[in-house]
Design a binder for this molecule. Structure first.
Ligand code: P5A
Length: 437
């Protein structure tokens, strides 16, 4: 890609409506554009990053055997009346009437709809366990949408639903998802802490929020630092080992402000181990057994021949929120550096073309072609602009590696830099192998 041809509407000034750094950066680098309060268009740069996050989430869901499907955004109110949540959900639910006067809604979540799909198809314990998921837009008419994509009204979520024959197996599904969440966030370059949580309008008695540390987060968190040290490699994929893992996490003090009591904190956590900071909820998982299957009559034949409501859990990841959360975790001192797994490009060639320097541009095009041949996703900054502006701009766009082609470069050597580190002078082969690594 050539930057001169890309649709990246960069803003010169800090947008005044944005209060936190992720919101500022996303507007400045043209990742999103607000279309109404809490509703955004995703422009090419932001969209590309969100899609990369989505693919990692999808790969990890598939790897635990979850099956992808796609449910619509608009739902009928009937099933919500069956579950009893139509009234309970209150003003956060966007209610719509179609031309026949039927009550519809823009789904804030999909427990009812997936239960309806499941109840008409699966009848026997023999086909369980199953996990189904989709990645789809949700709408919640938040009273105060703010902080850009962090708390918006329309947002993109991965939501999965597990179906099991009994409580014990349902807890195994819960643990499997718990494990896969920690792995997913690691791959996104984030350290997420699972914390026991309240269940709110989703319901149930077992629930964890996955929170990443960030000063600008909306949740206050209180934890024992040792929770950051738990090594996942210790655990195997067996039910027993995953139960152990969840217990190990749960045995270490980690709560958000809803559950915080200072006397308990001081009793259970040594002074030097106390971690008091803020965080962002990027995922939330729930086990609620028959809360939906019972009223919606989603029954399965169990081994003994009788019918029982299927045991269910639901598991969410805020994919659009993760774009902002990753920025909060990685943007410091006017420099953003995307984790390599989700960076918008692998590397940018920054070329000095002031005074119409044709020689530099030709050199840059050659390097560009070489890297493309190696399947490296490269951006060529061929915009006619002075170098100091270019550097400032790329500090914000956050592509993790830069090749700088300016007056200083000697024959067949290039300035190569990883963001936030020193420049190296390297041959193109050397650069290629570093990027490949
Ligand atoms: C779990 C999946 C649920 O909705 N039902 C299906 C359950 N859980 S949740 O905690 O309410 O949401 C899951 C994740 O979605 C993100 N999220 C949001 N992102 C941006 N703006 C919002 N207004 C918003 N609300 C929820 C969060 O990451 C949350 O963990």
């Amino acid at each position: 890609m050539h930057l001169s041809k890309l649709f990246i509407p960069i803003l010169k000034d800090l947008p005044s409506e944005a209060k936190i750094k992720s919101h500022q950066l996303m507007l400045r680098t043209g990742m999103i554009k607000q279309s109404a309060a809490g509703i955004y268009s995703w422009l090419p740069l932001g969209f590309k990053i969100m899609k990369k996050i989505e693919s990692i989430v999808r790969e990890e869901q598939n790897s635990i055997g979850a099956q992808e499907l796609l449910m619509p955004t608009i739902q009928s109110s009937e099933i919500w009346k069956e579950s009893g949540r139509y009234e309970d959900y209150g003003e956060e639910m966007l209610r719509i009437k179609d031309r026949q006067g039927r009550e519809m809604l823009y789904g804030p979540t999909n427990e009812e709809l997936i239960t309806d799909i499941f109840r008409t198809s699966v009848k026997s314990y023999k086909s369980l366990p199953q996990i189904l998921y989709h990645i789809q837009w949700k709408f919640r008419d938040e009273i105060r949408p703010r902080f850009g994509v962090m708390r918006c009204r329309e947002f993109y979520m991965k939501d999965a639903y597990s179906f099991d024959v009994n409580d014990e197996q349902a807890r195994n599904s819960y643990n499997k998802m718990f494990y896969s969440y920690i792995k997913t966030f690691n791959r996104l370059g984030l350290k997420a802490i699972p914390m026991a949580a309240d269940t709110g309008p989703i319901g149930g008695d077992l629930s964890h929020e996955f929170i990443i540390l960030a000063e600008t987060g909306e949740s206050h968190i209180y934890a024992d630092k040792s929770i950051l040290e738990i090594n996942l490699n210790k655990y195997e994929a067996s039910d027993k080992s995953l139960e152990e893992m969840r217990k190990d996490f749960s045995s270490i003090y980690a709560v958000t402000d809803e559950k915080f009591k200072s006397d308990e904190f001081n009793k259970f956590v040594k002074k030097e181990n106390q971690l008091k900071t803020k965080g962002i909820e990027v995922g939330h998982i729930f086990y609620f057994s028959d809360k939906y299957s019972k009223p919606l009559n989603c029954l399965i034949d169990n081994k003994g021949g009788s019918k029982t409501p299927v045991c269910m859990g639901s598991y969410g990841i805020g994919i659009s929120r993760l774009v902002g959360a990753t920025i909060e975790a990685n943007y410091n001192n006017e420099i953003m550096k995307w984790p390599k797994s989700i960076a918008p490009f692998d590397v940018v060639i920054i070329v000095n073309i002031s005074k119409n320097n044709k020689e530099n541009l030709e050199k840059a095009e050659k390097v560009y072609k070489e890297l493309k041949k190696q399947n490296i996703d490269v951006l060529l900054d061929d915009v006619d602009e002075n170098m100091s502006n270019k550097f400032k701009k790329h500090d914000l766009i956050g592509i993790p590696y830069q090749i700088i082609i300016g007056s200083k470069t000697e024959q067949n050597k290039y300035e190569f830099k990883e963001l936030k580190s020193k420049i190296q002078i390297l041959s193109l082969d050397n650069i290629k192998s570093q990027l490949k690594k």
